[in-house]
Ligand binder design. Structure first.
Ligand code: UD1
Ligand code: MG
Length: 466
């Protein structure tokens, strides 16, 4: 067993270059706040605690982040004012026990993998300072890793403080380090701010460690995505694409067939069975489960729903189960252009067609609503045929009411079912009816005026011009 790990996530900075009223670390990748990615990764390392340093819009940042289940302790510590990364970590020192290793992460570097951090912690080994570094073709803006001729790390020099020769160094510091906490405490107490930015740089502790005769390890990785920081909308979008591509590759490696991995967006958790096919431009949000053999057509938005085996979702369908959730059974056919809202629960072999909206309603096995219809707060029995243009009038202006349509009912086209009402088993509603009292089992309910036909009807004629 190594030393316990306490993680410090720096998230107090302003993020000026985002040009946004939202704090930078709350901008999202894959539907999750940048700093939440970092916290979730830390939770996966079995860290003893995670301390998030907040400052700029601290309340919003603290409210926007949640403690993952796997993490026993998430605390927030304020940094006021924000005087640099060294000053940020100083604020955490009172809550960090001396027996551990401190892993410093940045709230704006979201995609570092747990395995990489684990390897860094192993290099630290509870003894040495270990820095995560990489070589960049264009290192501008980053702190440079200065090495002695024997290759040992001497210092990190910030871009703004670097000499022309130092600016040629391509190895940069990622912003991630692991250090024995007791040593870090000692060095941080000696930090000054005599530099180009007048800030307390965390990176100055490297020089102090070297001066104290300590070894500083640099763990050089080649995967830029893992250390890429977000400072601008352009970088945010680039990292979003990188994230989505990794996720798409993961799905394909499980056997999911994607028409185009560069045209998929998952903003949440997508679980797929075997032989799932997903066409281009689909967006998945929240928790989505797709059973075996599910096919999703092009341009669908699918959120918070569980979809049963061999169901097909045709193009341009919008499903969002929201907090209540939604579900579709097996062998169902949904879309094109269908809309399923929170509380839509559809059985096996249900058919829902174009421009049909379903909210807070259950449709039992084999029910069909194929064209231009609304079902809200309805309980629909097996094999019901809900005609084109039929509507549940579920809202009286103050309250919502339920419509119950029992098995094998046939609702004629363009009917309005004014809730609350029940249509008994096997009944029929004539097309164009406005039904207000429901119907007995097996009955025909028609409320429209009887048809009148007048033979040889003469239409009015235009008067001749005088
Ligand atoms: C930092 C490193 C640099 C490294 C780069 C990698 C320092 C001095 N420099 O520079 O060597 O190459 O990251 O991305 O550490 N923050 C606070 N409080 C502050 C200042 C910053 O919490 O007072 C937070 C920011 O919100 C951000 C993180 O620290 O999440 C990094 O700050 P940033 O200003 O982006 O540092 P860089 O200039 O990128
Ligand atoms: Mg930065």
């Amino acid at each position: 067993m190594g030393s316990p790990v306490d993680v410090v996530v720096m998230a107090a900075g302003k993020g000026t270059r985002m040009k946004s009223s939202r704090p930078k670390v709350l901008h999202r990748i894959g539907g999750r706040a940048l700093a939440q990615h970092v916290i979730d990764t830390a939770a996966g390392l079995s860290a003893r605690s995670v301390v998030v340093i907040t400052g700029h819009q601290a309340e919003a940042v603290e409210a926007g982040l949640i403690q993952p289940e796997a993490l026993s302790r998430l605390q927030f510590v304020r940094q006021e004012p924000q005087l640099g990364t060294g000053h940020a970590v100083q604020q955490a020192m009172p809550v960090l026990p001396d027996d551990g290793v401190t892993l410093v992460l940045s709230g704006d570097v979201p995609l570092t993998e747990p395995g990489t951090l684990q390897a860094l912690i192993e290099r630290c080994g509870g003894r040495d300072m270990a820095l995560l570094t990489l070589e960049l073709p264009d290192p501008a803006g980053y702190g440079r890793v200065v090495r002695a001729p024997d290759g040992s790390v001497q210092a990190i020099v910030e871009h703004k403080d670097a000499s022309p020769a130092q600016r040629d160094i391509r190895e940069v510091y990622s912003g991630v380090m692991a250090v024995p906490t007791a040593r870090l405490r000692q060095w941080l107490s000696q930090l000054g701010n005599d530099n180009a930015q007048g800030e307390y740089y965390l990176t100055d502790v490297v020089r102090m460690a070297v001066a104290a005769g300590e070894t500083v390890q640099a763990y050089l990785i080649t995967d830029e995505v893992q250390v890429a920081g977000v400072n601008s909308p352009v970088q945010l979008a680039a990292l979003e694409r990188a994230y989505q591509l990794r996720l798409a590759e993961g799905l394909m490696n499980q056997g999911v067939r994607l028409a185009d991995p560069s045209r998929l967006d998952v903003r949440g958790q997508l679980q797929c069975g075997q032989d799932v096919e997903i066409d281009v431009n689909c967006v998945f949000e929240g928790k989505v489960q797709l059973g075996n053999g599910v096919r999703i057509g092009a341009n669908c938005v699918v959120a918070n729903v569980s979809i049963g085996d061999h169901t097909a979702i045709a193009p341009f369908t919008h499903i969002d189960g929201g907090n209540e959730g939604a579900s579709v059974g097996q062998g169902a056919a949904i879309g094109p252009f269908s809309r399923l809202r929170p509380g839509a629960h559809l059985g096996n072999e249900v058919h829902v067609g174009n421009f049909v909206e379903i909210k807070n309603s259950t449709l039992a096995d084999g029910a069909k609503a194929n064209h231009l219809a609304y079902l809200g707060d309805a309980t629909v029995g097996e094999r019901v045929n809900y005609g084109a243009g039929a509507i549940t009038a579920n809202y009286d202006g103050a309250n919502k009411h339920r419509t119950i349509i029992e098995a094998d009912v046939h609702v004629g086209s363009n009917s309005v079912l004014v809730a609350p009402l029940t249509l008994g088993k096997g009944g029929t509603v004539g097309a164009g009816s406005v039904v207000t009292r429901g119907g007995e089992a097996g009955a025909l309910t028609v409320t429209r005026a009887r048809q009148v036909s007048i033979a040889n009807w003469q239409r009015p004629q235009k008067k001749p011009k005088s």
